[in-house]
Design a protein around this ligand. Sequence first.
Ligand code: NAD
Length: 498
Amino acid sequence: MTTTLATPLDTAVVHGRRIPTGLFIGGEWRSADSTFAVVDPATGEQIATVADGGAHEAIAALDAAADVQDRWRHIAPRERADLFTRTHRLLLARADVFADVMTAESGKPLTESRAEFALSAEFFLWYTEQIAHLHGTWAPASHGGYRVITTHQPVGPALLITPWNFPMLMIARKAGAALAAGCPVIVKSAKETPLTCALFVETLREAGFPAGVVNLIHTTASAPVSAALMADERLRKISFTGSTGVGATLLEQAAPGIINTSMELGGDGPFIVLDDADVELAAQQAVVCKFRNAGQACVAANRIIVHSAVAAEFTARFVELARALNVGNGFEPGVDVGPIISERQRDTVVELVETLRATGAELLIGGSARPGPGFFFEPTVFRVTGRPAELCSRELFAPVATIYQVESTADAVAFANDTRYGLAAYVFTKNLSRAVAVGERLDFGMVGINRGIMADPAAAFGGVKASGLGREGGHDAIYDYLEAKYLAVTVDEEEGLS
Ligand code: NAD
């Protein structure tokens, strides 16, 4: 298969790193009629302008994906795996570039960008290793007379829509699975973090992915762009990570064309500390789980639910650790908590704190935005009394922790499950049997037992209820991009005797 020789036309220099700023369609970087600004949330300053694509460019990307679909699905597993191996090597060689760009446009501390990059590269390796093992099955029909051969074929061109909070991980996780399965992709970046996506796509291009297999659209008009693609019957798959509201809209758009969907949506993670927990461990893990990425994570500890027997000890230690967090520009050494992604989002955090105060929740630390430049908010901890309706099924998505008290394990489980969401939950107890029993009763797709971080390529990541459909990672993730196909082969059983 021939590969494109296109080179990036328009570029921006961010932290000394040159990054393509165009759209990538059919193996070429292209400009658009308009552009939009990318802002560093730690300074409020513009760091680049990127091409602003519309429905026209999106359909051109789908044209390219549809054209190459047949060739791409028939590429031999070894050849496809070789492209992945080359990509993985190129990614590792650019680890520092990726980390710098992620911090520049998302604001997350450099240490977090490096960790996210390392995990993203691991995902790519995981899929590389799976490509050669996508086998089918062979079975006799129930009453003989023919054989049932089951194989898998790629779903078809896939639209991958990602959020800004994990700009590298979200796209590496989706694109890795889709491409490994043999689907060409159209990546729709988040407008806050298009540069990480651009670097990723440029790396795939350099690794030799054929023209049309990977396409990239940046846009400030997400709704019309995705609606145009969803209305085109050549699009066969949408994989979305973002808010539950937008996910529901996309599910409606997918219905008329019966488009295959995968949804990674919002969360309302309970972080349960039982009366026999290692309180020091629980407090340390709660701080990471809550304040990583300035609280802007779908799997963040959204409700910290603590048994009354350890509530005072846990709260004191949690507050002490949260108070010690260093807030600042993610490029500065020793910074633990970076800025909120945008001024608008920072203002929603201010409103959230006002809502919490109005419920009578007790402010233990923080509670204020920091003066600019940049969009910073202090790590904030509230002790909440009762179960205020305003906080019911509410994803905080902010460096704001809420601590609730319960009187029993049953109370903790009931409160944890009292939400429309079902993404990640956490349980802290020294009793393994209890951990398993509680874990099994929690209506969540993932349960961390005595740990507050649980992302791994080997794990099936995803949620139940309003948190989503499908899984990313683990052994089965590629099958979200494959459809079973069965061939019935007539066999005359007597032939073997003649
Ligand atoms: P969002 O839903 O506003 O945006 C996500 C993406 O969808 C962006 O690329 C955006 O441009 C695009 N988009 C927005 N409206 C659209 C529309 N009408 N049609 C098509 N695309 C549209 O979410 P966000 O604020 O960027 O991200 C935060 C949300 O994402 C939170 O709810 C968080 O929990 C969730 N999230 C979930 C996971 C997960 O794996 N479950 C991971 C990260 C984030």
